[in-house]
Design a protein around this ligand. Sequence first.
Ligand SMILES: [Zn+2]
Length: 336
Amino acid sequence: MPEQVRDRKRTLLELHVHLEGSLSPGFLRTLAERYGQPGVPAACLTPDGSRYLPVAGFAQFLERYKAVVSLLRTPRDYHEAALGLGAALAGQGVIYAEVTVGYGVLHRQGVSVAPVQLALYEAAAQVAQERGVRMLWQADAVRQWGVDAAWKALEAALRCGPGLGVVAFGVGGDETALPAGDFAPLLAAAAREGFGTTLHAGETGGAESVREAVLAGAQRIGHATAAGAAPDVLELMAGAGVFAELCPGSNVATGAVACIQEHPLRAFLEAGVPCCLNTDDPGLFGLSLRGEYARAREVHGLSEVEERRMQQEALAACFAPIEIRADIGTKLVGDS
Ligand SMILES: [Zn+2]
């Protein structure tokens, strides 16, 4: 069967994608017009407004992120963002996505969480009905804003809960700001309430940062890139069954790896660490999940079997309730 036909049929799972990082250039321009902020797209986009400008390193990426997020202000904005992401996911053959929403950011911007989460829940229901893509939500705290702010984010997430599609709690941001262990009590509390847990680590920090995140109790690690060069940390992850949400294209875009060839995807596969590919911030980086898999096939020799195994491992590691997992499992079987 020709490659493009197989590719079109393939169903994929996305476990690491930030809603705020998924905004298309067009939607960013719409928001900027809505709030009279032409300076944001002027600073973030190419002169014709069709693409985001590249970033020079992680610090500039965080600045870019902050500028984009400043234009998400109301439940309507979030609702429209979620519909846009749902459409993009459907176009790539994604049948299930866990989408991260910055609860810490909402708090800091003085936006009420519950109406936003309700808008996201309603958008996800619409996307499921119209496009067949299931979207659930991960509430995210920001590491550098500290443990107290993270507790506040977790409490808001628990109040929303699975009834509004929230199934997980994570901590992102600058992993070098505070040790992962500081967040261990939060991860334990989240897990006790039935939430999945994930920490960003090994993106800008080293392999020790990944080890700390595993020891802090995270069920999944966002990025985990630096662990690829540390066989003992890979062994720890494989032994504990801690899942790696790999984001190769994002790592290239922020300079976490020098080029795609240097992403240690194969080290994770060879060490038996369960993992899948993800886009992280597909809007800001101009990435698609299909594109990520296509590039991994080309650069890392990712085989058809390995790609399918990643989807099965993503299914095993996802935080969806049982009925949604069963539905995804049926679709994956139908795809093989
Ligand atoms: Zn991320």
